[in-house]
Structure formats: C-alpha cells, structure tokens
Design a binder for this molecule. Structure first.
Ligand SMILES: Nc1ncnc2c1ncn2[C@@H]1O[C@H](COP(=O)(O)OP(=O)(O)OP(=O)(O)O)[C@@H](O)[C@H]1O
Length: 263
C-alpha cells in the first residue's frame, strides 16, 4: 500500500495535496489511502480501469462527494495549504476555486451569455453590465468558443453542438476565476474533431490553471498530460512523468494496464 506522497519535480509549485485519502460509500471502500501532490504547471491525468476510483478521487478535490449521501471522506486535502474539509471552508467558494467539467456537457438551459455570466454575478465578480460583458467575452475567448458564438450570445446554450457545449462549460468554469479545473472524462461524449479541440484547449489553458483530467483513453492521457497517476482497485499504484509512465512504468500493474492486459 502506498501512503507516502508521490512527489515529483520539486521545482514546480504544488497547488493541491492529498494525504492518505480514503473514500467510503456506505461500508464499501472506494479509495484506499491515496496521497498525491498536484502541481500548477502541468496537466495531471488520472487513468485506470473502470471502477478503480478515478472519478471518486477527483471529486474529493472540490468536495463534490458531499452531494452523495452515502459518501464519507477521510484523510487530508489542501488547496494552497488550506484544509478544504475544514468546517470553516465555504464549499460554494471552493467549487469556484476548484471548478469542474463533467463527462456529459451540462450547460444551463439558458442563453450562452447567461451560462457564463451566472457564476460571476452570484460571486460578485462584476460591478455591472459592462463588466459582465467583458468577463463573458474573455471567458468565451479563453474557452476557444468566442468566434463561433459572438453573434448569437442570446441563443440557448443547449442548442450548441456537443463539443461547443463542453467548451461553454469550460468557459463557465473559467468565468469565476478558478485556480484548478477538474475534468471528468470531458471528451467521452464527443466526436474526434470536438475531442481534438478540447485537447488543444487543455494545452492552451495549461499553466494558467492547475488541470486534472480523468480519462480512460490512454492515448489522450499521453497527448494532454505531463503527469499521470495510475489507479487500480482504489489505490494509487504509480504517479509520474507521463512519458515515463507510458514507456517505462515501474509497477507491474501499470505495465499490465498500459499494454492492454486488462481494461
Ligand atoms: N454514488 C455511489 N454510490 C456507491 N458506490 C459508488 C458511487 N459512485 C461510485 N461508486 C463505486 O466506487 C467505485 C469507484 O467508482 P468510480 O466511478 O470512482 O470509478 P472510475 O474509476 O471513475 O470508473 P469509470 O471509469 O467507470 O467512471 C466503484 O466500485 C463504484 O461502483
């Protein structure tokens, strides 16, 4: 069992840490003592076979598991050194700082403009309409969607294509000035072209936000990430530089997975 944090290049800035994190759904343990540091400068991919706990662990990083009645989290998780499970932590604020993009694009049934403006408005980030307009444009530009939607900002977000909807959801996360963006299989409902656009976007966003992506697509992990964490049966088996994990894994279980021995 792996309880020591698997830390990598010390020169990079650590954004989040997890120490001996365990997650239970009722009596069933889904995460068995995971320790990891997520840094600011790299995209981190979580890979592993179905049911190994990738999504469960990802969701501990912004307390999304709070919404599951049977879920219980033990251990310590910090954001900039601050305990995110402390009773004093404002969870709404936390989820703005650690934004999330889901498997299936889930824009609000509102206009494109409102999808982006909603968060900044409730978080008090805009002084007025002019301010909001600036935030909306900036967020949509950053999400690589502005040119496609600038002439129809008041159309419904749900009328966009799947790939555009997913970029809208990324824009919505960006609009509230997150520090970390968690992506849970963000391309699994998209075609190859829309997938390529999201991957390109991830490259562009790297460095500005700490990005963690769950993917069951190993080629995608190899393409978009610089750090890869391999999960199996609720354990973090191996965490390292992506190219090392794929070409020279240290653990037998990692090797078996990346060579397709089990999936
Ligand atoms: N809400 C829940 N209630 C009970 N058990 C759950 C819940 N969510 C997940 N689990 C269980 O926890 C374990 C880990 O699931 P999780 O979805 O985190 O894995 P995963 O690696 O993301 O899988 P996948 O790639 O299939 O999405 C599984 O055994 C799953 O059945």
């Amino acid at each position: 069992m792996m309880h020591e944090p698997q830390t990598l290049t010390p020169a990079t800035e650590t954004k989040m840490t997890a120490r001996d994190v365990k997650v239970f759904y009722g009596d069933k343990q889904a995460i068995k003592g995971v320790s990891i540091d997520v840094d600011m400068d790299h995209v981190t991919a979580f890979i592993g076979p179905s049911g190994c706990g990738k999504s469960t662990f990802l969701r501990t990083l912004n307390r999304m598991n709070d919404t599951v009645a049977s879920a219980r989290v033990e251990g310590a998780i910090t954001l900039d050194g601050e305990d995110i499970y402390a009773p004093s932590m404002d969870v709404v604020q936390l989820r703005a700082r650690v934004g999330m993009v889901f498997q299936k694009p889930n824009p609000f049934p509102k206009s494109i403009y409102e999808n982006i403006a909603y968060g900044p408005r409730i978080h008090g980030l805009a002084a007025g309409k002019a301010d909001l307009d600036v935030i909306v444009e900036k967020s949509l530009r950053r999400a690589g969607l502005w040119d496609e939607v600038k002439d129809r900002l008041h159309d419904s977000g749900t009328a966009l294509s799947g790939g555009q909807q997913q970029r809208l959801c990324i824009g919505r996360a960006i609009a509230v000035e997150p520090e970390v963006i968690l992506m849970d299989e963000p391309c699994s409902a998209l075609d190859p072209i829309a997938t390529a656009k999201i991957e390109e976007l991830i490259h562009e966003l790297r460095g500005r936000y700490a990005i963690v992506i769950v993917t069951h697509n190993m080629q995608q992990a190899a393409r978009v990430s610089q750090r890869t964490a391999f999960f199996h049966l609720g354990e973090l088996v191996e965490y390292g530089v992506t190219s090392d994990i794929f070409t020279n894994p240290r653990q037998e279980r990692t090797k078996d997975y990346i060579t397709g021995r089990y999936g």
